[in-house]
Design a protein around this ligand. Structure first.
Ligand code: FES
Length: 83
């Protein structure tokens, strides 16, 4: 099971955290990964200066804008979830 945490702190919220979560949820649905990806919301990761919404995949943190969320899922989450 891969844990994906999306920051919903106020800064990330303004950068589109809700949209990122929606896009990830849709991708999980499309690929039927409910059993493989645990999507969670988390509070401020203390990385508010980054351009995008903070997303933690396993132990790694990434900055993800809503515009790149679908691509990010395909490149960085899907390969881990389909191993
Ligand atoms: S609000 Fe997301 S890192 Fe601070």
């Amino acid at each position: 099971m891969i844990e994906v945490s999306v920051c919903i702190g106020s800064s990330c919220h303004l950068k589109g955290a809700y949209n990122v979560i929606q896009i990830f949820q849709q991708a999980i649905e499309d690929h039927q990964l409910h059993e493989r990806v645990a999507l969670k919301a988390t509070f401020c990761m203390k990385q508010c200066r980054n351009k995008g919404v903070m997303v933690q995949v396993g132990s790694e943190k990434h900055s993800v804008t809503p515009e790149m969320a679908r691509r990010f899922f395909a490149d960085s989450i899907l390969p881990l979830a389909t191993v």
